[in-house]
Design a protein around this ligand. Structure first.
Ligand SMILES: C[S@@+](CC[C@H](N)C(=O)[O-])C[C@H]1O[C@@H](n2cnc3c(N)ncnc32)[C@H](O)[C@@H]1O
Length: 263
């Protein structure tokens, strides 16, 4: 309905430049980015490992941005992955990599690192192909909407991943609780939510553009998940390293959690 359209400027559509954001993922250029990335990739590896890890038919990644690193372990244990993002440019950037188009970001150093964690660094090209085959669609998503993937109609997912998205998308803690409720509707009963991000972030930079973030505290996050119908199965944390701060963001720590839809 036209009258309900937000008057808040659409900062993500207007200002989030995927190629500038991808600078965070050039391994070896910034020790803090590397540490963040290693933390996440190790926990994805442990969560989706072949023996005893999460597996299933459909996994949906919520707020993928222009990135694929969060899917590199899961593509071994889920038959189909659907990537999603709010902005047109991010979805195009993802399609560029999926379709091997000229100018696509080179993820191979990150893919090699994940293959090394899995015990076979030299299989990186096969993993890239597997991921390309497994990602079936790249859809528009808005977690502030009751039905985040509307108008797409999907079967309920066995697993959702969402990384660095809640704090970017939600203007208030109330909106964040509502977003968790919206995400829950996309999951099978007892399906898993693999949620990660930074604690207490108030901003992050993408190129020369500053994005506000919703500072999330551990206590809030755990209570909000509980209230919105999830049971937390695992929570891993890491402090922001003491030496040197990253002027591109002010997060105080990182979290990686696995929760399950409670029914
Ligand atoms: C910091 S980026 C994270 C991207 C990626 N998940 C990663 O881990 O690098 C935040 C993402 O949230 C997306 N976003 C912003 N508002 C959103 C909304 N209302 N619904 C879904 N995604 C949103 C942005 O387009 C952006 O890609």
């Amino acid at each position: 309905m036209a009258f309900q359209e937000s008057t808040v400027p659409d900062v993500y559509q207007a200002n989030f430049e995927p190629t500038a954001y991808l600078d965070y993922f050039k391994l070896g250029q910034n020790p803090l980015s590397d540490e963040f990335l290693h933390f996440l990739l190790k926990h994805y590896n442990a969560t989706f490992k072949s023996a005893g890890g999460l597996k299933g038919k459909l996994l949906i990644d919520i707020g993928s941005g222009p990135t694929i690193y969060q899917l590199l372990s899961a593509c071994e244990s889920f038959q189909e992955i659907i990537a999603t993002d709010y902005t047109d440019k991010n979805r195009l950037e993802l399609e560029k990599w999926l379709k091997k188009m000229p100018g696509a970001f080179d993820w191979s150093p990150v893919v090699k690192y994940v293959c090394q964690l899995e015990g076979s660094r030299d299989k990186w090209a096969e993993k890239e192909e597997r991921l390309r085959r497994t990602v079936r669609q790249v859809l528009k998503c808005d977690i502030l909407k009751e039905r985040p993937l509307e108008p797409a109609v999907l079967p309920p997912a066995d697993c959702l991943i969402s990384l660095l998205c809640l704090e970017a998308a939600c203007p208030t803690l109330g909106a964040c609780r509502a977003a968790l409720r919206h995400l829950r509707t996309l999951l099978q009963p007892r399906g898993h939510l693999v949620l990660s991000g930074g604690f207490e972030t108030t901003f992050y930079m993408v190129g020369d553009k500053r994005f506000s973030a919703l500072p999330l505290e551990e206590k809030f996050l755990l209570e909000a998940l509980q209230e919105t119908g999830f049971t937390i199965e695992k929570l891993e944390k890491a402090q922001q390293p003491a030496e040197g701060s990253d002027d591109r963001s002010d997060y105080t720590g990182m979290f990686f959690l696995v929760a399950r839809r409670r029914d």
